[in-house]
Design a protein around this ligand. Structure first.
Ligand SMILES: *[C@@H]1O[C@H](CO)[C@@H](O)[C@H](O)[C@H]1NC(C)=O
Ligand SMILES: *[C@@H]1O[C@H](CO)[C@@H](O)[C@H](O)[C@H]1NC(C)=O
Ligand SMILES: *[C@@H]1O[C@H](CO)[C@@H](O)[C@H](O)[C@H]1NC(C)=O
Ligand SMILES: *[C@@H]1O[C@H](CO)[C@@H](O)[C@H](O)[C@H]1NC(C)=O
Ligand SMILES: *[C@@H]1O[C@H](CO)[C@@H](O)[C@H](O)[C@H]1NC(C)=O
Length: 450
């Protein structure tokens, strides 16, 4: 829908009752540039919901400005969480006035659409505002997830001549550690068989705190918790035996039971450690992601986004989670191996995440089958600073970059908005620590001359 036509919208919304308690003109710039539905099946009308935010301060003509696509994890969680709680240009926050709680939107100047276009897709169908006409149509594996995403992305690109040739980066977090490789792999395989004008201009993929190779990742919780000082040696052994159960079930192809066994590892860790959330070891209470649901269930907000008012928005869909239950422990590592040979790959993790953190990712990265892996593993983690402050570490060789984001949990763009923005911009533009060597050497010799 076209937001130029919309000039007013209810902006404050009461949590305590469903009545709207304050109406203010909604700043036009808080609305997405475009939002609505991308049909993935014309016979059933199932469709993927999207919001697109054009670059605020593009450094190139829009037709040459990259587009980042964001996919949330779960499985079953809405990319509107990423949009309104992490990396989008306006984020929800709660405030108090007149003895009532409100959800308000606050501008996020550290959003990922400062110099790039930013597209959020509610994936797969059944998630967030996306529509699954029947539960049977919800994908149960990554191949089917990728098929729908591919149709949606192609539709989006065709929607506007301005989108046609722009470089596309697929990004995502957590369970999108499965979706991102799956759609990236699908696009590259399709591209190989298509004429240039029909290819999707995929240039790179990004995974944050991702679940990608669950068998090697689930094996790391016990040691990680032990070295964080959360459990003692005896408890570590208990966690380890639970992990081994998850691993052996998965190795036997008993996927559903393996998923349950992994949940038991995490639940046991949470009980033993008393952590209010495993997403960030430093948080004293869980992330307030319910604010996103409060905001998006407002009728006026739904109207403004082009959503049927009768849809109830849930941050995470249990139905979709269930559909992908058997998929959860299956690996897509081989897809990342294919991607790193053919495009750029960025992996980043918030250091304080107890669910899918650094050692969890390194466990599969070091076992990657890729000709550059030894050189990558031999590279140092270089000290990464943003505005002169320590932000983390960057390890890079060739097409693979790995970033440690300090003082951050699972939701990196929420916890470290500025640093996450600096990371994505430098990586896309190959600047700073993400520069390729010959460019680095050129600038070094130039600065020596000057
Ligand atoms: C669309 O839905 C029909 C009916 O369920 C199904 O046969 C077909 O495979 C679906 N197409 C895609 C692309 O999912
Ligand atoms: C999977 O594991 C469960 C519980 O351990 C067991 O009851 C079931 O028979 C297993 N299924 C298969 C196919 O191995
Ligand atoms: C919204 O959805 C309901 C229930 O599916 C349907 O009856 C109604 O026609 C829809 N409204 C619009 C404006 O599409
Ligand atoms: C890195 O990706 C490029 C394509 O962008 C490819 O030509 C090259 O072979 C890849 N390098 C390695 C070492 O896989
Ligand atoms: C650039 O410098 C790095 C060390 O900083 C070196 O490893 C690399 O070989 C140099 N590359 C070129 C093209 O001179």
């Amino acid at each position: 829908m076209d937001f130029k036509l919309l000039s007013f919208l209810i902006f404050h919304y009461s949590i305590t009752s469903s009545s709207i308690i304050a109406s203010l003109p909604l700043p036009k710039q808080s609305l997405p540039t475009k939002s609505g539905y991308l049909s993935v099946n014309s016979t059933t009308n199932s469709a993927i919901f999207y919001t697109f935010y054009e670059a605020r301060n593009p450094t190139a003509p829009l037709s040459q400005t990259p587009i980042l696509i964001w996919l949330q994890g779960g499985p079953g969680c809405s990319s509107m969480l990423g949009n309104f709680y992490e990396l989008g240009p306006w984020r929800v926050s709660s405030s108090h006035s007149h003895n009532a709680k409100h959800v308000t939107l606050t501008r996020n100047r550290e959003s990922w659409n400062r110099i790039f276009g930013l597209l959020f897709l509610d994936n797969p169908i059944g998630v967030g505002f996306s529509i699954a006409s029947t539960p049977e149509e919800i994908p149960r594996n990554q191949k089917d997830v990728a098929k729908h995403l591919y149709i949606a992305i192609k539709k989006f690109i065709k929607m506007n001549a301005l989108f046609k040739n722009r470089a596309i980066y697929i990004t995502g977090e957590s369970y999108a550690g499965k979706y991102v490789p799956a759609i990236g792999y699908h696009v590259l395989k399709k591209n190989a068989r298509l004429p240039v004008r029909s290819k999707v201009n995929l240039v790179g993929v990004v995974i944050g705190n991702g679940l990608t190779d669950p068998i090697s990742q689930v094996a790391t919780h016990a040691a990680n918790a032990y070295y964080f000082g959360l459990v003692n040696d005896k408890q570590k052994r208990r966690l380890k035996s639970l992990q081994e159960k998850a691993i052996s079930l998965a190795k036997n192809g008993n996927w559903s039971e393996a998923t349950n066994a992994r949940s038991e590892v995490l639940n046991t860790l949470q009980k033993m450690s008393g952590m209010p959330t495993l997403y960030n070891i430093r948080r004293h209470k869980p992330y307030q992601n319910y604010l996103v649901a409060e905001f998006l269930n407002d009728v006026e907000v739904k109207r403004a986004l082009g959503v049927n008012e009768t849809i109830v928005f849930e941050v995470c869909s249990k139905v979709v989670r269930k559909a992908l239950h058997e998929d959860l422990m299956k690996s897509v590592k081989y897809m990342v191996e294919f991607l790193v040979k053919n495009t750029k790959v960025l992996l980043y993790e918030g250091q304080l995440d107890l669910r899918v953190g650094l050692v969890s990712t390194e466990a599969w990265v070091k076992r990657m089958k890729w000709e550059g892996i030894d050189k990558f593993l031999e590279a140092d983690r270089k000290i990464w600073t943003v505005n002169g402050e320590l932000a983390g570490y960057v390890q890079k060789w060739g097409n693979l970059s790995h970033v440690v984001v300090l003082n951050s949990g699972h939701l990196v763009p929420h916890d470290q908005p500025l640093n996450s923005q600096a990371m994505i911009e430098d990586w896309v533009l190959e600047k700073g620590l993400f520069a390729n060597h010959h460019i680095e050497n050129l600038s070094t010799s130039l600065s020596n001359v000057l």
